[in-house]
Design a protein around this ligand. Sequence first.
Ligand code: NAD
Ligand code: MG
Length: 400
Amino acid sequence: MKTYISPWPQTAALPPFPRTVSVLGATGSIGASALKVMARHKDKFTVTALAGGRNAKRLAKLAVEFRPEFTALLTDEAAREFKSLLPSDYSPKILVGPEAYVTLATLPQADLILSSIVGAAGFPPTLAAARAGKVIALANKESLVLGGHIIRKACHESGAVILPVDSEHNALFQGLLGHSSEDGLHKLILTASGGPFRGRNRAFLKTVTRDQALAHPNWSMGAKISIDSASLMNKGLEVIEACHLYGVSVDQVDVVVHPQSIVHSLVEFADGSQIAHLGQPDMQIPIAHCMCFPERVTLDVKRLNLAEVATLTFEKPDKSAFPCLRLAFEAFQAGPSHPTVLNAANEVAVDLFLKERIHFLDIPAMIERALSDHAPIPVDTPEAILDLDREVRAQVRGRA
Ligand code: NAD
Ligand code: MG
């Protein structure tokens, strides 16, 4: 049998329509785009579970619209507020706390899990879904950065399938479809918009504010990924994500800056052919591709008109002004525990930057220090990864 280069084992059975969906991270930016797709194609989906974090009002609004049987929030306080906002004719099960997300990721009646929590908190439920043999539409790239090796093994053992929501990896997925390892995959080329500070030098970056960093030129996203895009850490995390999804070495992944965000990534084969995926920068496109796969559906997104766009440009990333990209490549090369350190230090640093307690350039500095202090350890179990994650967070916070 040919080995296809894809996270989707072509022998896997995809669930029939209507698909029963559990949305983890329903109140976020990806959650909103996914629910827009599901509202547009009601005949294709039944929403069985919606999980938010602390935003009770937003979750209540969504729950009233989609009427899931299960809901989850992070705290008792948020759950009480959520309950108080529901109408008298609707009383879903309300689960609370981190374990609730694992429960909703493994519900027997859910055949499609949208993993769209932000950060390392997405790792336990994503792994649980992988172990339970689910079809996972994966936005939460951090879970692969932490434990891609464990998640892929779990998928292999259970028959779970990962469909990549991240626009670059979805583009690669579309470029790889139908190709087998015999076609000679040469490189995966990830495009990066360059973020709001493209072309700026370190002197400028020293002075940038939270609001400037949050103002992404092309994409509307949650706060953490917006800062990651400004520092280029988002691309660094995506390089690691690509290595895990497609089983390639880090030397086979290139990054090219493409400020228009129209070409979402490219696959290069042995014969020199490069296959690109183009589209408007709207997350509904990759989300719908995953959730309806292998069908294509009509979406209410602006059509791409290349004559209107006129110019597509490409340039090398500036790894000296934006060291996070280099740090991610180095962390992945250094060994299996370094990416967890990279991610934990980044999450703490981004949080401190969003609270205006550190400067923008302190983000790479804090990550570099955490990585250079780290002595590699085995991370063969999720417990070892989560312990390391907690330890690094405490260390990095302690130094701030
Ligand atoms: P967001 O901040 O808008 O939403 C995050 C969601 O996670 C919210 O529903 C929030 O309530 C929930 N959440 C936060 N912390 C939690 C915790 N500890 N436990 C449980 N739930 C928690 O983020 P987003 O922009 O939607 O991004 C979500 C994920 O998707 C991230 O991993 C991001 O990297 C990835 N992603 C996002 C985009 C995008 O365009 N927004 C694109 C590609 C990938
Ligand atoms: Mg992306």
